[in-house]
Design a protein around this ligand. Structure first.
Ligand code: PGA
Length: 255
């Protein structure tokens, strides 16, 4: 197990927060704070914020991501956004299959797979989210579920395309609740994800894939979580809306 084989990536997930003007202001505040990061820094923002965010991040080490992508190239899909629209706007990353999309917007393992393919085929890096509910954990299905979700998401993704895949293990019970998984639980969950990748692509390839933890990661607990061998970064919700807190997490990832 060699953590040095993988890129540490800290990605903010702003969810449905910040107007374009607020986005520009927050990124201007963050830029100097994360300029010397020892990891990759990404901010995934609402679609409408993307032009302002790309402009504000220009010349910095902050890459801009989206929070969703549609799997068709174009057509009658009211309210959806295609890969081409994102890449032309300067987007480099996209969150796929977040548990809030699975819970509130009918996202399934199959549509997660299609969106993942659309992203990597367009040269975007997909941050694919997997995670168990509290009920599933208590029933003892965490490993089975994480492996299944990971394998479903990666169906038809080639070993070469895997270079553009990040998996984020986000226990649903830890998202936005203030309840963080212990560092051991995070490491174990991320380990299940890596084991699923190893079963599909081989252990050597699995060693190179960035697996993030997400779920109430904050300035206070990031260092311990990121110190675990299987935790290669974080997907940060609430704490990514505060420049100071986010920069502390970025610094912890560079250690
Ligand atoms: P949280 O969200 O950090 O606010 O728990 C994480 C996420 O949903 O990506």
């Amino acid at each position: 197990m060699n953590k040095n084989l993988r890129k540490a990536v800290i990605a903010g997930n702003w969810k449905m927060n910040k107007t374009p003007a607020e986005a520009a202001a927050l990124i201007s505040e963050m830029k100097p704070l994360v300029a010397d990061a020892g990891c990759d820094v990404v901010l995934c923002v609402p679609f409408i914020d993307i032009p302002a965010a790309v402009e504000a991040a220009k010349g910095s080490n902050i890459a801009i991501g989206a929070e969703n992508i549609h799997f068709k190239a174009s057509g009658a899909y009211t309210g959806e956004i295609s890969a081409d629209m994102l890449t032309e706007a300067g987007v480099k990353y996209v969150v796929v299959g977040h548990s809030e999309r699975r819970q509130y917007f009918g996202e399934t393992d199959q549509t997660v797979n299609l969106r993942t393919l659309a992203a990597v085929n367009a040269g975007l890096t997909a941050i694919v989210c997997v995670g168990e509910t509290l009920e599933q954990r208590e029933l003892g299905y965490t490993e089975t579920l994480l492996k299944f979700q990971t394998k479903m998401a990666l169906t038809n993704v080639s070993a070469d395309q895997l270079k553009n895949i990040i998996i984020a293990y986000e226990p649903v019970w830890a998202i936005g609740t203030g309840v963080t998984a212990t560092a051991e639980q995070a490491d174990e969950g991320n380990g299940y994800v890596r084991a699923a990748i190893a079963e599909m692509y081989g252990a050597d390839v699995a060693e190179t894939v960035t697996v993030q933890y997400g779920g109430s990661m904050n300035a206070g607990n990031a260092e311990e979580l990121l110190g675990k061998v299987n935790v290669d970064g974080g997907l940060i919700g609430g704490a990514s809306l505060k420049a100071q807190d986010f920069s502390v997490i970025v610094k912890a990832a560079g250690k």
